[in-house]
Design a protein around this ligand. Structure first.
Ligand code: CA
Length: 225
C-alpha cells in the first residue's frame, strides 16, 4: 500500500485546524501536521516534506504570502491558499504566488478534502505523465512536438514555455502577457488571443491529433495534461 500523503496545515486558529485535521485524516485518509505560526512554517515544512500545504493568509509571525514565496523558492509542492476574503483571491492571483488553488473561509471541511484530492491528483498526473511529445529547450529557444521542430516566433515560444512550465494550471491573459512583454499594459487581451491562435495552428500542423492548449472560458488558457 502507498504511504498516505502528508498535508501540512498552516493555520493560527486552533478550532479550524483541528476540524481540518479531523476531516483530512478520517475522510481523506491523509496524514496531517499542523503549525500555527507563519514564521515556524518553513522549519516544519523542511522537517516533514509534506505532499501538499494548506496555507492560511493571515498568520502571526509571517503572513501566508511570505510563507508561500519561501516555499516556492525551494519547492514545487502544491499549495492551497486559504483566505477569509473572497475579494482577496483576485489580488492573490495577480501576485502570481504560484499557489495551486484558493479556498475561501468559511469553508466546509468536505469541500477542502475534495479540493486537496483534486490538486494532488492533478499534480501527481503532471509529474508522472509528462506531456506526450512536447519538448522545450529554454536555452536554444526551440520547441518540438513529436520530434518535429516548431517554427515559433519569440512571443509564441514564450507563451508555450510559460504554459508548459505548469501544465494544467490556468493562466489569465494578464499573467501570460506579463511573462512576454516588459510593459504588458500596452497589449490588449486580443493580442494574446491572436498569439495563442497562431501557436495552436502551428502545434496542429505538427500533430493534428492533440489540442494542447485549452481555453478556459472567462479565465484564460492552460496546457492540457
Ligand atoms: Ca488566520
Amino acid at each position: 500500500m502507498n504511504k498516505p500523503a502528508t498535508i501540512l496545515i498552516v493555520e493560527d486558529e486552533a478550532k479550524i485546524a483541528s476540524l481540518l485535521r479531523d476531516y483530512l485524516e478520517k475522510v481523506g485518509g491523509y496524514q496531517t501536521r499542523w503549525v500555527d505560526r507563519g514564521d515556524e512554517a518553513i522549519g516544519v515544512f523542511d522537517e516533514v516534506s509534506p505532499d501538499l500545504v494548506l496555507l492560511d493568509l493571515m498568520l502571526p509571525g509571517m503572513d501566508g504570502l511570505e510563507v508561500c514565496k519561501a516555499i516556492r523558492s525551494k519547492s514545487r509542492v502544491p499549495v492551497i491558499m486559504v483566505t477569509a476574503l473572497v475579494e482577496e483571491i483576485d489580488r492573490l492571483l495577480g501576485l502570481e504566488l504560484g499557489a495551486d488553488d484558493y479556498i475561501c473561509k468559511p469553508f466546509s471541511p468536505r469541500e477542502v478534502v475534495a479540493r486537496v484530492k483534486a490538486v494532488l491528483r492533478r499534480t501527481t498526473l503532471t509529474s508522472e505523465a509528462p506531456l506526450s511529445g512536447l519538448q522545450i529547450d529554454e536555452e536554444q529557444h526551440q520547441a518540438s512536438l513529436n520530434g518535429r521542430k516548431l517554427k515559433l516566433s519569440p512571443v509564441e515560444f514564450a507563451l508555450l514555455s510559460r504554459l508548459a512550465a505548469q501544465p494544467g494550471r490556468v493562466f489569465s491573459r494578464d499573467q501570460l502577457m506579463s511573462s512576454i512583454y516588459s510593459d504588458y499594459r500596452i497589449v490588449s487581451d486580443r493580442t494574446v488571443d491572436t498569439h495563442v491562435k497562431n501557436l495552436r495552428r502551428k502545434l496542429a500542423e505538427s500533430d493534428s491529433s492533440t489540442d494542447l492548449i485549452e481555453s478556459v472560458y472567462g479565465v484564460g488558457y492552460r496546457l492540457a495534461t
